[in-house]
Design a protein around this ligand. Structure first.
Ligand SMILES: *Cc1c(COP(=O)(O)O)cnc(C)c1O
Length: 376
């Protein structure tokens, strides 16, 4: 049996440290907005190379509150257009519509599954104010080009880094390319808490100031509310868990790369398209932290069933694109052609990958993939 992701095993590696950190929080008698959060914010900002980090309750809030903060600062307004990839997890789109802004869904570059520069530039209108770049599957979007476009057109650039902790391009990490970046520490992410958590990284002190009020009922000072905020805090106990787990992130990324390498070198079934297989020149290999190892296959459902029969667990990220979800039924998206996105959703399959997966298991997966054939 090859598990998709064994969270228990991942956390077992640092179990005693987690328990110590837990005890430290319990014994402190202070459970919200305290020392652990403060320290984690400093440590995660340092890791990303940014000046600031603001902890919030989850990744969706990280994105939603950043857009909300830019509205408070007068940099965005209801009705503004936001360029966002059509093939992303629905949270990216929800953060836009929740704020009353208009998502302009853009087809991804098929090489990377991320926003491509030419496609983005062709969709900019007089109403465009923000580009929301998602680093899907753990690979950075081409941020040097997107940052250049944002610069030339005077647009804000927000990263959805929920799947890309530690991914870097030209030595600059995810979280430090845009004007701000949203992270999720959902347990299954590459840096995962033992519950929900999220954060924003940025180099903008004004944004930090508004975010810190927004997450706390719109208040910097107890019982003085300067804006209509929300309750979105990163608990002390989760901050303490994340401080332990952050220390292991780099070595875990290396372990994910070992598994990805085995897949990249070993899988040679012509029915299967590997990631980056149409050329690797656009981005450095280091830009990928392999949150997910996503292959494509015309007979995806058959392949999934076949691998399952061999005891290999796979998942689909994602089966239904956001614009086809019931939640957006009747929603008037800016017109566009989503055929690339729709075919991606029909053909993608995520193979097991994690820092605790053994090389022997990876070789089993390679062997099974190579033996797959389609009955005519
Ligand atoms: C997980 C994820 C989110 C949302 O994070 P939560 O912490 O679950 O709210 C947002 N965007 C992407 C791309 C994600 O993968």
């Amino acid at each position: 049996m090859v598990d998709f992701l064994d969270l228990k095993k991942i956390n077992e590696e640092c179990r005693s440290e987690l328990i110590e950190a837990c005890a430290r929080v319990i014994d402190s008698g202070w459970y919200i907005n305290g020392k652990e959060l403060n320290e984690f914010e400093k440590e995660f900002a340092a890791y990303c190379g940014t000046q600031y980090c603001v902890g919030v309750a989850n990744g969706l809030d990280a994105l939603t509150l950043t857009i909300r903060a830019w509205k408070e600062l007068g940099r965005l307004a209801v009705g503004d257009e936001v360029i966002v990839p059509a093939n992303t997890y629905i949270a990216s789109i929800l953060s836009i519509t929740e704020n009353g802004l208009v998502p302009v869904l853009v087809e991804p570059d098929e090489l990377t599954y991320n926003l491509g520069a030419a496609e983005v530039e062709s969709r900019i209108t007089a109403k465009t104010r923000l580009i929301l770049a998602v680093h899907l599957y753990g690979q950075l979007a081409n941020m040097s080009q997107l940052a250049d476009i944002a610069d030339r057109h005077g647009l804000l650039l927000l990263e959805d880094s929920a799947q890309a902790h530690g991914a870097k391009l030209h030595e600059k990490k995810a979280g430090n390319w845009g004007h701000a970046s949203g992270f999720s520490f959902y347990p299954g992410k590459n840096l995962g808490a033992l519950g929900d958590a999220g954060a924003i990284t940025t180099n903008d002190p004004e944004l930090v100031d508004v975010l810190k009020a927004l997450r706390n009922y719109g208040s910097h000072e107890k019982y003085k509310n300067i804006i209509q905020g929300v309750n979105s805090r990163l608990d002390e106990i989760q901050a303490a868990m994340l401080r332990v787990k952050l220390k292991y992130l780099e070595e875990q990324i290396v372990k994910r790369r070992v598994i990805a390498d085995i897949y990249m070198r070993g899988i040679d079934n012509p029915l299967i398209t590997l990631p980056l297989s149409r050329g690797t020149d656009v981005l450095e290999y280091g830009a990928h932290v392999w949150h997910l190892f996503v292959i494509r296959c015309d007979s995806r459902d058959e392949l999934k069933k076949y691998l399952s029969g061999k005891g290999i667990d796979t998942l689909i990220h994602y089966p239904i694109p956001p614009h086809k979800q019931k939640a957006y039924e009747g929603f008037e998206f800016v017109e566009g052609d989503y055929s690339i996105t729709e075919s991606i959703h029909q053909e993608v399959l995520s193979l097991p990958i994690s820092p605790v997966m053994t090389e022997a298991d990876a070789l089993l997966v390679v062997d099974a993939c190579n033996k797959f054939s389609v009955s005519k």
